[in-house]
Structures are given as C-alpha cells and as structure tokens.
Design a protein around this ligand. Sequence first.
Ligand code: HEM
Length: 218
Amino acid sequence: MKHHVKLRKPLIKELKKSNVKGTIVQSQPLWVRIFHWGFAVSLTIVILSGLQLHKPASFLALNFSKVLTAHIVFGWFSLGFLAIRIADALIRWDDSLIPKVQDLRHFPQLMSYYFFLRSSPPPARKYNSGQLLIYFSWFVLFLLSSFLGLVSYWQGEHLIWVWRLIGGFQVLRWTKFITTIYFLATIPVHIYLSLTEDISRLQAMVTGYERKPSPNNR
Ligand code: HEM
C-alpha cells in the first residue's frame, strides 16, 4: 500500500535536486527546436510524396494531383523553417552549423570512434565534424532540389537557361532522385546516432535543456 506522506514543498525541492546528477543547462534555443521539428516533419513528407510522384504505389491509390500539391506545399513549409533557422543564426550570430577547417581535421578520429577503434570522440564545437558535414550537405542539397523543383514547376516558362545548363528535364529528375536517395541513406544515420550517442542531446532538442555532469556531482 502506498503511504502518502505530506512533505513541505522546499523539502521536496531539495530531494529532487539531490537526485539530479549534474547541472541543467540550456543548449537548444526555442527557434532551433521549432526549426528542427518543423523541418524534419515537412521534409519527411516532401521525400515520401516525392517518391510517390516518381513511382506511384498502386496499392495506395492516392490521387496524383493531391500528392503533387502536398509535395509542393510541404516543400514551401520546409523552406520556411529553414528561413527561420537562417534568421535565428544571423540574429544570434551563431556559426554552430558552419563547417570549419578545424572541425573537419577531426573527421578521421571521429570515424575511428564510430567504428569502435577509439574509446572517446575527438574534441568538437557544438556539433562534431560528421554532423556538420551531414547537416550542411542537407541544406545545400535541399536548396538545390527546391530550386530544381521550381524550375520544373514552371515547365520551361521561366528559368529556361537552367534546363539548358543542366541538360534537360531527365537530368533534372535524376538529380532530384539521387538527392532523395542521399537523404534516405543519411536520415536514418542521424536518427540512430541521436538515439544512441548521448540521449540528453535529444532531450535538449525537445525541451531546450540538457543535463551536463558538473564537477562536484560526478
Ligand atoms: C525522429 C527523427 C529525428 C530525431 C530523433 C532527431 C534528433 C536530433 C538531435 C538530438 C539533434 C541535436 C544533435 C546534437 O545536439 O548533437 C538534431 C539536430 C539536427 N537535426 Fe535531427 N532528428 C530527427 C530527424 C531529423 C530530420 C528528418 C532532419 C532533416 C533532414 C533533421 C535535421 C537536423 C538538423 C539540421 C540538426 C541541426 C539543428 C540545428 O542546430 O539547427 N533531423 N536532431
């Protein structure tokens, strides 16, 4: 049977405090979290609807023009969320997503760590070299694909020079398809690592706060 002992509020607070190992620090500002989950959901819809447009799964019996509308609408949503993150980076003067030479120097050591040849990861800024390469490549490829999407939307009415430059509609489709395959290959790696590497980082992407071991509490 449960015993309900009424404790004074300050006492409960003290007990809770002593159970928490380390200190709680903020690591993901609100706009980063809004961007992250908005972009993740929108881009997933863009990718899945894109695959459906590429090769409709007949058993789903989805209406082609509705799938196309969803693809375009969520493409604009993804762009909007990315715009929020870019504005946020400019306002906070935050360069945590920009890969620098010093970051990339640690890449071989990071790979040794991921392949269990090193017991600890090399030093890193907010994100490690692998994360930086993946996030940055996502932004570049997403913007490229969105632009090519706009080019095909106008069907040669505007931006004809782009059609000519890349070598026609089939090359445009092929480029967007390869980009999709790259996203499909790298997103699971991102999710796997965020679940297995340090779960408090995921906590921070949801709540904004992260638990860090403090020197006197280790
Ligand atoms: C269930 C799915 C997902 C989970 C659990 C997840 C988790 C996370 C976590 C924990 C971080 C922070 C990493 C750290 O602090 O070291 C992060 C960052 C990031 N994730 Fe995800 N993620 C998911 C899906 C996605 C998708 C689909 C995308 C887009 C392709 C994405 C793009 C990003 C980006 C760009 C960042 C850097 C955020 C910034 O600083 O602005 N994530 N994710």
